[in-house]
Design a protein around this ligand. Structure first.
Ligand code: COA
Length: 148
């Protein structure tokens, strides 16, 4: 059910993106998806009933011990079924395979659902970045330390 993306997923990815993020967040454009897919990033998609139900974009740079979750979103009608959790488990396995010791991410300080998810997965808050988002909302940086 989880696989790496292909360019054929772009329309479905953009649908999830525009329904999940507004201008107050850093939503990805079609060009952003293409750019990141071709760089040092892995994008996993979750398929359910022939539908692309969610994605997670993970950055893994050769010279850094840390992996970074750049974005994650689940289609609205598929939320609350453990899909984001499954995508994170895949991303965590990938980070371990590539010998990363930490996973980092940023989240809007008012995104309670996402923060709850990250805490449940074991992420701890590191810093608060004042006025980080386009609408001046703060970001929390969070980290998960991996037992290699
Ligand atoms: C945040 C998001 C990715 C969660 O996806 P999901 O597949 O519904 O998450 P899961 O079903 O794996 O939920 C796991 C845990 O997250 C928390 N959680 C997720 N959605 C929640 C909600 N609506 N209300 C309360 N807790 C929630 C809960 O702790 C949940 O565990 P539980 O079901 O045992 O209570 C999804 O709501 C989404 O796409 N939101 C819009 C995009 C976004 O905000 N992305 C994060 C940007 S940093």
């Amino acid at each position: 059910m989880i696989r790496t993306t292909t360019l054929g997923d772009l329309t479905a990815l953009m649908q999830i993106e525009t329904n999940s993020f507004d201008r107050s967040s850093f939503a990805m454009s079609r060009q952003n998806f293409i750019y990141h897919i071709n760089k040092e990033a892995v994008l996993y998609v979750y398929e359910a009933d022939d539908t692309l139900a969610g994605y997670i974009l993970v950055f893994v740079r050769k010279n850094s011990p840390k992996a970074r979750i750049y974005s994650v979103a689940v289609k609205e009608s598929y939320r609350g079924q453990g899909i984001a959790t499954a995508l994170f488990e895949k991303a965590i396995s990938y980070a371990k395979e590539t010998a990363k010791d930490t996973i980092t991410l940023e989240v809007r300080a008012d995104n309670e659902n996402a923060i709850k998810l990250y805490k449940k997965l074991g992420f701890k808050t590191q810093k608060r970045l004042k006025g980080y988002y386009p609408d001046k909302m703060d970001a929390l940086t969070m980290e998960l330390f991996l037992n290699l």
